[in-house]
Design a protein around this ligand. Structure first.
Ligand code: UT7
Length: 378
């Protein structure tokens, strides 16, 4: 029996610290009017000192797992889409795996800019269809506030921090993820990138003093690329499914700029009722923007059972991708009343387990060092 991947849980996390346009007006040469008119952004959320891509991803994951009522130990795979990982390595997904106690899951990150969530979703869908995973946690999370130059008005006004997650589950029922497509034009890598910190130009006092650890973007070119590629990739996906734009109930593009969303919607012939635009209250949250917008659409009752949802991403790389989902929910069993209590303890246990394993490794390492020293002395 062929299986397909169904969305059975979702959740998102935004840092509590808000930064509105008026605050930016006091820091750089900009105005609330310019930002709202040119981008549609009113405010964005900025990660606090104790928050990171991993901590936000964990919060989004917890919300999605509770929604799905799935035990974290039943997850087979965790994919985190991010371009702002906590470390160059290990993958942020490994930190999430540890924090939620997903003891049976493989974990890795996907770096595909703001298309990352759609790429991760496509990979998860393929893993489920191939039979190598039944339950997959897909997260988009980014902390771009740590990579923008807060003196560069052309970029710092755009980005915000956040994370969004979904749980995908194998089911013999039809529906769920019905199609995905993706692509890349690497010749555009210089349009949006961070020059230093990788192996080509490792971080040094010089790279930092020259500001090479900050994000660089050619906004106008990225704008042009987005407005061209998103309608194209959306139409290509629908064609692949023998459908057309008329079949789409809800369109969720990457939230980069309200003008991009409007231009894409215009080209596709989609009216406002069928397009999700949440950029005004969270800014461009990179790989997190599509799952956050999806969660918001669910929360505000914009998705009904049987609806066709199309997600479309574009971003650094240059990359793009689209996914079509027939919205349904395959419930899994777990008594609701106990849920919050159960998960609280599940995560507490995961933290204890993690601490114990780390301490055991330190202890084992110290003993073996001592034995090794003794042996060399003999
Ligand atoms: O997630 C994917 C990655 N990002 C994107 O998708 C972003 C895509 N690009 C964009 O959203 C837009 O290109 C921006 C919002 C970045 C810029 O808007 P624009 O309408 O393309 O502005 P522009 O770059 O053509 O600049 C127009 C003017 C310039 O002044 P001059 O040269 O005409 O005097 C800029 O210096 O606006 C100026 N400007 C600003 N003025 C006030 C640029 N940033 C600001 C600012 N406040 N924050």
């Amino acid at each position: 029996m062929p299986v397909s991947a169904h969305v059975v849980g979702w959740g998102y996390y935004l840092p509590s610290r808000r930064m509105d346009n008026e605050t930016l007006e006091k820091q750089i040469d900009t105005t609330d009017e310019w930002i709202q008119e040119r981008t549609g952004i009113r405010e964005r959320r900025i990660a606090g000192p104790h928050e990171s891509t991993a901590t936000m991803a964990v919060e989004a994951a917890k919300a999605a797992l509770q929604c799905s009522q799935l035990d974290p130990a039943k997850l087979d795979l965790i994919i985190v889409a991010t371009i702002t990982p906590d470390f160059i390595f290990p993958a942020t997904a490994c930190l999430v795996q540890d924090a939620i106690g997903a003891t049976q899951a493989a974990a890795f990150d996907v770096s595909a800019g703001c298309s990352g969530f759609v790429y991760a979703l496509a990979l998860a869908d393929q893993a489920i269809r191939a039979g190598s995973a039944r339950n997959v946690l897909v997260i988009g999370a980014d902390t771009l506030s740590r990579f923008v130059n807060w003196q560069d008005r052309s970029t710092c006004v755009l980005f915000g921090d956040g994370a969004g997650a979904i749980v995908l589950q194998a089911s013999e029922l039809p529906g769920g993820v019905v199609g995905t497509t993706w692509g890349c034009d690497g010749s555009g890598w210089e349009l949006l990138y961070v020059p230093a910190g990788g192996c080509r130009q490792p971080a040094s006092a010089e790279t930092v003093s020259n500001g090479l650890h900050y994000l660089r973007m050619n906004g106008r070119e990225v704008f042009r690329f987005a407005v061209g590629v998103v309608p194209r990739v959306t139409r290509a996906l629908l064609e692949q499914l023998n459908m057309d734009v008329g079949d789409v109930d809800l369109f969720i593009p990457h939230q980069a700029n309200a003008r991009i969303t409007a231009a894409v919607a215009r080209q596709l012939g989609l009216e406002n009722e069928r397009v999700v635009d949440v950029i005004d209250w969270c800014g461009n949250t990179s790989a997190a923007s599509i799952p956050i917008a999806l969660c918001h659409a669910i929360e505000t009752g914009r998705l009904k059972e049987g609806d066709l949802v199309v997600l479309a991403g574009f971003g650094a790389g240059l990359t793009w991708g689209a996914a079509a989902i027939v919205w349904d929910r395959v419930p899994t069993a777990l008594p609701r009343g106990w849920l919050a209590f159960y998960y609280r303890w599940r995560y507490r246990l995961a933290a204890w387990r993690s601490r114990l394993r780390r301490q055991w490794r330190r202890f084992r390492d110290a003993i073996s060092m001592r034995l090794h020293k003794r042996w060399r002395e003999l």
